[in-house]
Design a protein around this ligand. Structure first.
Ligand code: ATP
Length: 275
């Protein structure tokens, strides 16, 4: 579905946002994870043909995002992080405008728009100007547009930022039920686990790990997370990762629990919890 070879982006001010990132995946859905500034948005902007790489290549469904940019634009729908709806237009109008611009007839667009607005939980507010909607509802308009588009691959940059837990679950279930292939960036580990077959971990522009959450976790199955309660430290740190056998001595005064995706990120990025 996705392949990058030595993908590199250096901005004009000299910042290297992506540094020779190479990976390939046939997973139906992937999450790109990383801390602020890791290069997630830069990667999705390159994949969605909005930004040229400095070096290297990226392919979506076999099409080069630079050489075959027109073809790529036909098969993808992309929601940038900073997308804002038009204030006076309603959710229904947004979907109708978007779908007709993508080539659907008005009657097709109307049918698809109504179905999607119901599925995503925007039906009650479909005729309200977006200015009058909450931040989460505004975000949902864009997820609905991407889902309704019939694109083969949708790229979502932090799709559920600002959504309350109920709305987030609502969006997740619509995304999961859809046949569309997903590339998403997120800060929510739970979202990555819920929605993606594979995760790509970026750190300071470099790829630090890739695989299914299960695969990545299995590499650390002999480790557990130990967290000191109050001022209690594990060595010099409040949280540390130790071998299972060693964990026995921490039981009682410490919180000892299995490693999660969130811990993997800390382990792979090589950052201590003091950082
Ligand atoms: N237009 C630009 N010019 C110069 N540097 C940029 C530009 N856009 C991003 N950067 C820098 O590139 C690096 C990667 O930024 P990017 O937005 O891709 O990260 P991110 O992982 O999406 O971060 P966040 O989680 O905060 O959205 C950062 O150091 C950022 O400051």
């Amino acid at each position: 579905m996705l392949k990058t070879v030595n993908l590199t982006k250096r901005y004009n001010d000299g910042t290297t946002a992506l540094d020779h990132v190479s990976f390939s995946t046939n997973a139906k859905s992937i999450s790109i994870l990383g801390r602020n500034g890791a290069g997630k948005t830069t990667l999705t902007r390159i994949l969605s043909t909005q930004l040229l790489p400095t070096e290297g290549t990226a392919l979506i469904e076999g099409y080069d995002v630079v050489k075959d940019a027109k073809k790529v634009r036909k098969i993808i729908a992309s929601i940038p992080q900073e997308a804002h709806p038009v204030g006076f237009a309603t959710p229904l109008e947004h979907l109708l405008m978007y779908l007709t611009a993508r080539g659907f007839s008005l009657s097709e667009a109307s049918q698809i728009a109504r179905k999607t607005l119901k599925e995503i939980g925007l039906w009650e507010v479909k005729d309200k100007p977006s200015d009058l909607l909450s931040g989460g509802m505004k975000r949902k308009i864009f997820v609905a547009m991407a889902l309704a588009s019939s694109a083969e691959v949708i790229l979502l940059d932090e799709p559920t930022v600002g959504l309350d837990p109920y709305s987030r679950t609502e969006v997740w279930s619509v995304l999961k039920e859809s046949d569309v292939k997903l590339v998403l960036t997120t800060h929510y580990m739970e979202e990555a686990e819920e929605l993606s077959d594979e995760v790509v971990l970026l750190h300071k522009g470099k790829l630090i790990a890739k695989g299914s959450v299960k695969e990545l976790l299995s590499k650390f199955e002999n480790k557990v997370r130990v967290e000191g309660i109050g001022d209690l430290l594990v060595g010099k740190l409040r949280i540390s990762y130790v071998d299972r056998e060693e964990a026995v001595k921490y039981l009682g005064k410490y919180i000892v629990r299995p490693i999660t995706l969130e811990d993997l990120f800390i382990i792979y990025s090589g950052e201590t919890l003091e950082d």
